[in-house]
Design a protein around this ligand. Sequence first.
Ligand SMILES: NC(=O)c1ccc[n+]([C@@H]2O[C@H](COP(=O)([O-])OP(=O)(O)OC[C@H]3O[C@@H](n4cnc5c(N)ncnc54)[C@H](O)[C@@H]3O)[C@@H](O)[C@H]2O)c1
Length: 351
Amino acid sequence: MTTIAVIGCGRISDIAHFPALMQIDGVRIKYACDLILEKAQAAKEKYPKIENVITDYKEALADEEVEAVFVLTPNYAHYEVTMDALKAGKHVLCEKPITVNYALSVEMAEEAKKQGKVLDIGVCNRYQRSVEMMREWAEEGKFGDIYHVYASFRSCRSIPGLGGPFTTKAQSGGGVLIDWGVHFLDIILYVLGGAKLKTVSCDAYTALAKDMKAYKHRGMWAEDTADIENGTNDVDDFISGHIRTDKASVSFNGAWAQNIDKNEMFIDFMGDKGGARFTYWDKFEFFDGETLEAFTPDYDIPDMWLLQDTAFLEAVKTGAKNRNNIEYVLETMKLLDTLYASADAKEEVKA
Ligand SMILES: NC(=O)c1ccc[n+]([C@@H]2O[C@H](COP(=O)([O-])OP(=O)(O)OC[C@H]3O[C@@H](n4cnc5c(N)ncnc54)[C@H](O)[C@@H]3O)[C@@H](O)[C@H]2O)c1
């Protein structure tokens, strides 16, 4: 039996981690912690495995029975809570992005190494069957030479928690790039099998919610964190970039909000033998350049969070590094950091 604490009882805990943990045998949720007690209590009412609710995560860290913690707080708190947990001798699964910048992410990786503890990052898409298969097919040569990858992560009106931690750069590290782009760029680097970065060029725009009160939306997720009256919105809601690596080049456009009434979420892998369009959180269609046939491999869409959290708890037992170990995710964080540096400098920069 592995005893854990879950720190941060917001949306991702409810969508992903508590449902997964309810399905995993051999895990005991001794604490659910949130700064807002009502959120932890609401989780306890919904998920019967939760034993206690607390508002100060240090209480869980002081409990010797707790072996591992899930850090599901806003981005700015990832660093502090994770570092405290590692120093208290706990294994950690920390949500994506690692934290608000690359330098602090490296410190987190170094602390995990120093303490000899597992530190996994919630880049959950690495557990999608589509992503696994595309990586396997790339390795097997089915794509031939993948020379370019294009990613689109664009939605019509989806700025999260306008005025809250998602739109305040000091708390989030950035906007649509660090929030959604992290998944897309991580998938790309993963499928390419660990491409090394060379140069990047990026432009970032705060275009549609310059005047937060005038921003119109149909639905806005993370409304509970919105603070239109007093909050800040100083992050990118549109982003465009070009990346050179030692393997493929990559280009992308991302939008939390755009004046085009479409959600366009996909990644195109262009190989000289075959290509694939991966529709985000769904299946991929492969086009074979020899037979000129397009087909979609048939498989069940797995619960990536269940697989990810199971793998983390397994790593806690064995100490073996899995695909989400921070060491294998640092390159993605470096890429995000370098893209923002390019956008700030308004010129191409070396990674
Ligand atoms: N893997 C994914 O696909 C995915 C999806 C959504 C969010 N996320 C990530 O998960 C994290 C949380 O996002 P969310 O949408 O759940 O946000 P949220 O605002 O809904 O929830 C965060 C919760 O953390 C609590 N909190 C903040 N600081 C705390 C502290 N020091 N101790 C205890 N509780 C604290 C807040 O009160 C809040 O309830 C973010 O880093 C986000 O990027 C990942």
